[in-house]
Design a protein around this ligand. Structure first.
Ligand code: NCD
Length: 355
């Protein structure tokens, strides 16, 4: 939006602030996916059953999958960098027989570069697509999409749903869905797990959504450890919410306090692009580095997750290679699961069918 001098065009509208997306309540069809606040345990069970079924069907080369979203169009609207979220959604839609349209680089080549505001861009996209996957740097942008698509849907024949692919430092709901699916896949239950989130818990939208979704699952005996420098701590409203769901929360700046007791280690990148002050980032970026020596302290049956991309928070390239070979590192499986979970979600919101 380099040429956009009109700050009003760039801003999120007042409507987005008070917009509340509908709860899933067992029925995904036609619902926007904006926040993990829409989900309860039952919804996750439905989605995970579908994702597991889809995974099995892919592995057995079931051609019937391409009937599930045949004739549907997904728009990929990304105003921030993405590899996994964008590609896994695109691949998911294609494997379901749907088509994908995209403004290949939303910032440079959409009309927002000419000064169009997000709500107009969203409604334009809604005229052409059945589902929009939106990633945007402004917190609340996905709420804006939900609000304005509801207005549009009242006027056009073909309603469109929005799925958040991440709104700034807000939330990343589909990442949390795939993360919990992966934990289930590996551990078979959330009950009694000690889950440790490490790194930039202030700016990391994946951990915001994940912490809340763990709370909404209402498993018994879950402990959540948050390891971050004080200036990058998890926002208090999220820790309060988690504790209100009966989860024991430990906050520390020292991973050594908790690593030996942890079942799920969720590592994250310090979000360099969110720092206004480069010196602040430089002063903090080396605080938490996962290396083979750190992993040596973890339980034999712990799992190491990371939403990726990774930089130096997983050490050097040779550290990466050693960590990648550790059977406890499951971030490649986590990535692949992203596609299965997103396929399940697309089928559910677009068709509502049981897979
Ligand atoms: C994350 C994101 O975009 O929030 N990446 C992803 O979607 N897998 C994490 C990150 O960028 O650090």
């Amino acid at each position: 939006m380099a040429e956009n001098s009109d700050s009003e065009a760039a801003a999120i509208s007042q409507h987005a602030l008070s917009y509340r997306p509908a709860s899933i309540n067992g029925e995904f069809l036609g619902k926007h996916i904006i926040s993990v606040d829409q989900f309860q345990r039952r919804d996750l069970d439905i989605l995970f059953d579908a994702a597991a079924a889809i995974r099995k069907r892919i592995r057995t080369h079931d051609r019937g999958l391409t009937e599930l979203c045949a004739g549907k169009v997904m728009a990929s609207l990304f105003f921030e960098a993405s590899t996994r979220t964008d590609m896994s959604f695109q691949s998911a839609m294609r494997r379901l027989g749907g088509d994908v349209i995209a403004v290949s680089n939303g910032v440079r080549f959409s009309s927002m570069y000419k000064g169009e505001n997000l709500s107009d861009t969203i409604r334009a996209t809604g005229c052409y697509a059945d589902v929009i996957v939106l990633r945007h740097p402004e917190i609340g942008s996905s709420y804006e999409a939900g609000y304005y698509l509801d207005l549009l849907n009242g006027r056009i024949d073909n309603p469109t749903v929005a799925i958040s692919g991440g709104d700034g430092i807000g939330e990343h709901p589909t990442q949390a869905l795939l993360d919990i699916f992966t934990i289930f896949d590996q551990k078979k239950s959330l009950d009694n797990l000690a889950i440790t989130l490490v790194g930039d818990l202030k700016h990391g939208r994946t951990v915001h959504s994940l912490a809340k979704l763990i709370a909404y699952y209402d498993a018994s005996g879950v402990r959540l450890c948050m390891v971050a420098p004080e200036s990058l701590a998890m926002p208090a409203d999220i820790t309060d919410l988690v504790e209100a769901h009966g989860i024991r929360v430990t906050q520390t700046e020292d991973l050594r306090d908790v690593i030996a007791e942890t079942d799920v280690i969720y590592w994250t990148r310090i979000q360099e692009e969110r720092f206004a002050d480069g010196a602040e980032y430089d002063g903090i970026k080396d605080r938490f580095i996962m290396t083979p020596a750190v992993m040596a302290r973890a339980k034999a049956d712990a799992i190491l997750m990371h939403p990726l991309p990774r930089k130096h928070e997983m050490g050097t390239r040779s550290d990466h290679d050693i960590l990648d070979a550790d059977p406890r590192s499951i971030y490649f499986e986590q990535m692949e699961n992203g596609m299965f979970v997103r396929m399940a979600l697309l089928v559910k919101v677009l068709r509502g069918v049981y897979v």
